[in-house]
Write a protein that binds this ligand. Structure first.
Ligand code: AMP
Ligand code: MG
Length: 307
């Protein structure tokens, strides 16, 4: 399926498909999303089917403005408005108490819902056109790489969608930071490019969920099963295929940016480039152990996990 140029008639087409209960692939600033009307349980069921996603893995509801957040939650926790002012639209998801309007299938039966306002102008345009909340996980099959370009959407996904809107490469490149505000001290369930320190500067102390086992509903230690096994190493050897800092040796080494934002932006495209080659394994050189790399570390730990 050819991605559509982001012109008005194509955006209309995507909006109409969503209104009819179909799936579409949309660009967001984090990764490409597989979108459905969050208020329509049959439409949301198609997301789980298309991805092969386990039903215990809740979805994030995307909305275009603050008033719409109140359609999905009757109780906005302390700190919510400050966070919205600081980080929305943008790659921060908050988990808040849900109201009865949210179908169980969206939250995997939990009494909380994950919400964010994305910053991509095309995602916002579709949200405005449809006046919907959109349930929208990454547009990859379960355990596959999240696509950050329209030409990297797997055929198993495109077979289920009405259309794909091409918004170019995603600016952020990894999934949003997920922050649980529903119970006691705010807690980061999934790190992203918005760091714990940045959140603490706005609302005070936050906890960071420990990395072991299942961190939260639907958080799997092995989130991505590379088609080529991937391992971490301080330094790749000459002849190793992989993601490296500094000079590359050989055609199967990809030079990665030395700052976390640009690294995150390039990560999934680099891994998907290497996946298409006949390689025994991929070596990922370890980035610095500093807080601004937490989002990248989470994704490369998931890419190299063996179970
Ligand atoms: P993604 O698969 O990138 O769309 O991310 C969705 C992730 O957000 C899920 O895997 C959950 O870990 C998290 N999430 C969504 N809804 C909730 C919720 N109600 N409570 C806790 N975590 C949630
Ligand atoms: Mg995903």
């Amino acid at each position: 399926m050819r991605p559509l140029r982001p012109v008005e008639p194509n955006l209309r087409r995507a909006a109409n498909a969503l209104l009819a209960g179909e799936l579409v692939v949309l660009p967001t600033e984090t990764v490409y999303g597989l979108a459905a009307d969050a208020a329509n349980p049959e439409a949301v069921a198609k997301i789980f089917e298309a991805k092969g996603r386990p039903s215990d893995n809740p979805l994030i509801v995307h909305v275009s403005h603050m008033d719409a957040v109140e359609l999905w939650s009757d109780h906005l926790p302390k700190g919510m408005l400050k966070l919205a002012r600081a980080f929305w639209p943008g790659p921060l998801t908050v988990v808040v108490p849900k109201n009865p309007r949210v179908p169980d299938i969206v939250t995997a039966g939990l009494d909380t819902v994950a919400i964010r306002i994305p910053s991509h102008s095309l995602a916002l345009a579709i949200l405005e056109m449809t006046q919907m909340g959109l349930a929208m996980p990454s547009a990859n099959p379960f355990m596959g790489l999240s696509p950050t370009r329209a030409d990297r959407i797997d055929e198993s996904i495109t077979a289920h969608v009405a259309c794909i809107i091409d918004g170019g490469p995603c600016r952020v490149g990894i999934e949003s930071t997920v922050l649980d505000l529903s119970d006691g001290t705010p807690k980061i369930l999934r790190p992203g490019t918005i760091t714990a320190e940045e959140i603490e500067a706005v609302i005070g102390t936050v906890e960071v969920s420990t990395t072991d086992a299942k961190k939260a509903p639907g958080m799997y230690r092995r989130h991505y099963a590379p088609k080529v096994p991937a391992v971490l190493a301080p330094k790749a050897l000459e002849g190793d295929a992989g993601l490296v800092f500094g000079y590359t040796t050989g055609a199967n080494q990809i030079q990665m940016p030395s700052d976390p934002a640009n690294y995150a932006k390039k990560l999934y495209v680099a891994l998907s480039d290497l996946e298409t080659r006949e390689l025994p394994r991929i070596v990922i050189e370890e980035p610095p152990q500093t807080p601004e790399w937490a989002g990248v570390w989470d994704r490369i730990n998931k890419a190299t996990a063996t179970e």
